[in-house]
Design a protein around this ligand. Structure first.
Ligand SMILES: NC(=O)C1=CN([C@@H]2O[C@H](COP(=O)(O)OP(=O)(O)OC[C@H]3O[C@@H](n4cnc5c(N)ncnc54)[C@H](OP(=O)(O)O)[C@@H]3O)[C@@H](O)[C@H]2O)C=CC1
Ligand SMILES: CC(C)(CO)C(=O)C(=O)O
Length: 340
């Protein structure tokens, strides 16, 4: 039996599971929640630009609880792949969520964080100092319009590399990253590559995620319309992106390419009118991933004395929006006035 990765099976996780299983080198257990019943009974319905139409597709094991190694007396997994949304300001934290599936004091299981944002590895360092951690930077376009129905309309381009951690010899996560790239690529349907510099890749992706995600979410304009809207590129998008470019350099010496701002604005054809994930989440009434996408680069940039006035305003707006979502979900109390 091959190594056993274990994604959560939303839009990104389902396609990751397909890629790993079609290669034949991995046996995948997925952990599901709202789509568990339908996927367990009928399998996924997948329309994928990489894999075509898959009806009733099921990974090797489908579960509705995170495996508890101790209580279920399970051997440790080779890889745990985390592809939930990452929302540290709303419990449970991702560490609490997957802790039961990670062995304590062992480097047997490698954790891949297949999520957007900066510093997402940090919460794992103290509770799991011996766990090799990998970073997955995904450029896929995938959505789950209804439970178990996955629509992937942008090819899966995935970079995997090691998050350096002080406790572990860097050769260990590097080797595991290469092994996972091999498993992920084996099916020949995806562009998955090993990256020796995922910090660079994360900051590069933040030029999109820290800027267009909140700008599109706040304005309600997709990444095509924001290019057409009067003054939005010069007044909002370019200033925000330049702040990220400056922060990448000041915080950790990451020098992004000179044309990164224009290249990121034009990364999708205008007429694909793509809604970044934060805009989609807001429209669905879901919590938004604003802390890792926007808050962390902003805090790091400000600590390194980079002026970030545009990102500061975007961050405060996103934070207020998150509060509004918390109110609609009954997580905050509003004295006196009950109507939302
Ligand atoms: N979608 C995309 O095109 C891209 C997404 N990303 C990033 O990838 C990450 C994953 O995004 P995406 O796949 O779109 O997100 P989705 O919301 O589609 O999937 C997340 C999945 O995690 C499940 N989940 C969350 N909490 C739990 C829990 N406590 N127990 C069990 N399951 C849980 C959700 O279940 P439930 O449905 O019940 O909430 C859902 O199925 C994010 O960080 C995103 O920013 C990066 C590039 C592109
Ligand atoms: C850049 C993009 C659109 C897809 O890879 C994304 O990461 C998001 O929507 O959050």
């Amino acid at each position: 039996m091959g190594p056993v990765p274990r994604p959560c099976g939303g839009a990104v996780g389902a396609i990751a599971a397909v890629n790993l299983e079609v290669g034949g080198l991995a046996t995948v257990t997925v952990v599901l929640r709202s789509n568990y019943k339908v996927v367990n009974e009928k399998g996924y319905t997948i329309e994928s630009c990489d894999h075509g139409s898959l009806k009733g597709w099921k990974p090797s094991v489908v579960r509705n609880t995170v495996p508890n190694l101790t209580e279920e007396n399970l051997p440790p997994y080779d890889y745990v792949i985390l592809c939930t949304k990452n929302i540290p300001d709303v419990p449970p934290t991702v560490v609490d969520l997957i802790a039961p599936a990670l062995p304590q004091n062992s480097s047997k299981t490698t954790l891949l964080l297949l999520q957007n944002g900066l510093n997402i590895e940090r919460p794992f360092l103290r509770p799991f100092p011996n766990t090799p951690i990998l970073s997955g930077i995904s450029m896929i376009g995938s959505a789950e319009p209804s439970p178990g129905h996955i629509v992937q309309d942008e090819s899966d381009k995935l970079l995997i590399g090691a998050f350096p951690t002080s406790n572990i010899n860097p050769a260990v996560p590097e080797r595991r990253a290469e092994e996972l790239v091999e498993m992920y690529s084996k099916g020949g349907k995806t562009d998955c590559q090993y990256s020796p510099n995922v910090l660079h890749d994360r900051w590069k992706k933040l030029v999109f995620n820290a800027c267009l995600n909140p700008i599109c979410a706040i304005t309600g304009l997709d990444d095509g319309r924001i290019r057409l809207a009067d003054g939005a590129l010069d007044g909002l998008v370019r200033p925000a992106m330049r702040e990220i470019v400056a922060a990448a350099k000041a915080v950790c010496g990451v020098q992004l390419a000179e044309d990164v701002v224009e290249a990121t604005i034009n990364v999708d054809p205008l007429e694909s009118y793509l809604k970044p994930s934060m805009q989609q989440d807001l429209e669905k009434g879901n919590f938004i991933e604003f802390e890792n996408l926007l808050g962390e680069p902003l805090r790091e940039g400000k600590d390194a004395r980079v002026p970030m006035p545009t990102l500061e305003v975007l961050y405060q707006c996103a934070k207020a929006i998150q509060w509004r979502i918390k109110e609609t979900k009954g997580l905050v109390e509003v004295p006196g006035n009950k109507s939302v």
